[in-house]
Design a protein around this ligand. Sequence first.
Ligand SMILES: NC(=O)c1ccc[n+]([C@@H]2O[C@H](COP(=O)([O-])OP(=O)(O)OC[C@H]3O[C@@H](n4cnc5c(N)ncnc54)[C@H](O)[C@@H]3O)[C@@H](O)[C@H]2O)c1
Length: 303
Amino acid sequence: MAELDGKVAIVTGAGRGLGREEAIDLAANGARVVINEIDRPEAKQAAEQTVDDIKAAGGEATLVLGDCASTDDAQRLFETTIKTYGDMNIMVNNAGFVRDKTIFSMDDEEFDSVVRVHLRGHFVNMRNATAYWRGKAKSGEQVYGRLISTSSEAAIYGSAGQPNYAAAKAGIVAMTMGAAQLMIKYGITCNVIMPRAATDMTMQGPTAAMFQAPDSGFHQFDPANVAPLVTYLSSPRSSHIAGEVFIAWGNQVSVLKRPEPLDPHVNPDGESRWTLDGLDRSLSTYFDENHVPVRDGYSLPIG
Ligand SMILES: NC(=O)c1ccc[n+]([C@@H]2O[C@H](COP(=O)([O-])OP(=O)(O)OC[C@H]3O[C@@H](n4cnc5c(N)ncnc54)[C@H](O)[C@@H]3O)[C@@H](O)[C@H]2O)c1
């Protein structure tokens, strides 16, 4: 019996790149997969190819075109999944695009569209999935749910040329943590991946050189390298893993340490509100010894 036999998965933005590889791997492991992709000629063709490739390999897949961030399209995606396969167990939020600019040059549309596709795109599908699983659990039915969100290292390191994207990806981590806290009591896990891969998103502009395939040997940035982690987090094996963030690429998976504050600085003047002098005495001593300069200029905009 395959790892994900009987399970039903949705993958957004699965026409190409990471989403395509994740969908193929989920299907290869027995899941029936609903491929979502934006309804544009080229994207539609790519998504049909993903479905055809899954079927040719003996898997089951179906295509639901639509905008991942539209409430109506997400509803249709969810309802079609239930109608087609009778259940929904694995929600992989993946779709998105970038519009890179520095903070001082970015216009409203560039900010709003990127926050919308990533953060709202995760929100509407996460809402549908969690509401469905919670409803099932509350009515005493057996429920199997796995939610995988796609963030980026830009969320933790910042990305000088991607303020819209970094903000959206940080929001995705926060939103997924909250969902993980709510859903674990139903045995449902929610986790986040921060991938690195050579895709249309990264093979243009300054990252292209970094993600090049080698002339021979293992291609560290083949998007298919990330897929096994998504399959693992979708599987019964990972039932005890929730609220985690993973950086994944090549043959590496790093678990992100949960952030924790260092020992607090306490007002040297005792139990009273800070004065500027007190703050300066306390913090300047600390930063004299622990100064980490902020990176100057553009950090590598990793997807
Ligand atoms: N490639 C990397 O190194 C990297 C790094 C960090 C995070 N990510 C994240 O991984 C995810 C996949 O990116 P990728 O690198 O495969 O890029 P990609 O551009 O190859 O794939 C993104 C897919 O999403 C689809 N899409 C875009 N807008 C959509 C919408 N509104 N509705 C439905 N589908 C839509 C695109 O058509 C495309 O097929 C993204 O969330 C991206 O931010 C990628």
